[in-house]
Design a protein around this ligand. Structure first.
Ligand SMILES: [Cu+2]
Length: 139
């Protein structure tokens, strides 16, 4: 019992020291627009081990990136822009079809299989670039 308490305290100390903060990205998928100047879409799953919030998204490869959320009201699917996304500690937040997603406005036309980059900024001041492999047009 003594040992358990000691290790719990140690874990807290390590966390507040900023040593163990991590951000995990899984299932990064990017669909390029079918026509140049169109809109692409990006999906991924993100897990932060501390409570945080996505406050900005951008890409060196596109005019703009927006956070959107899809919802269906009365059988009609619609999406709207949202300014930030909450990241609960240790819980994956999924961006995928029918839910949260990133709209990529006027991406720079890229060769097949180029890596597409999106940078996300968090309220804590952290930022991370997500690399999306092999951009394919939306189907
Ligand atoms: Cu959208």
């Amino acid at each position: 019992m003594k040992y358990l308490i000691a290790s719990a305290l140690f874990a807290l100390a390590a966390c507040s020291g900023g040593q163990t903060v991590s951000l995990t990205i899984d299932d990064a998928t990017y669909r390029a627009p079918l026509v140049d100047g169109g809109t692409g879409v990006a999906y991924f799953s993100i897990t932060s081990n501390i409570a945080d919030r996505i406050v900005d998204v951008s890409s060196p490869d596109a005019k703009a990136v927006e956070i959107h959320e899809s919802a269906s009201t009365g059988g009609m699917a619609a999406m709207h822009r949202i300014e930030s996304v909450e990241l609960p500690a240790g819980k994956p937040v999924a961006f995928g079809p029918g839910g949260l997603h990133l709209m990529v406005i006027s991406p720079t036309p890229q060769p097949a299989n180029a890596t597409f980059r999106i940078q996300i900024k968090l309220e804590s001041g952290r930022s991370q670039t997500i690399s999306f492999d092999g951009a394919k047009p939306a189907s």
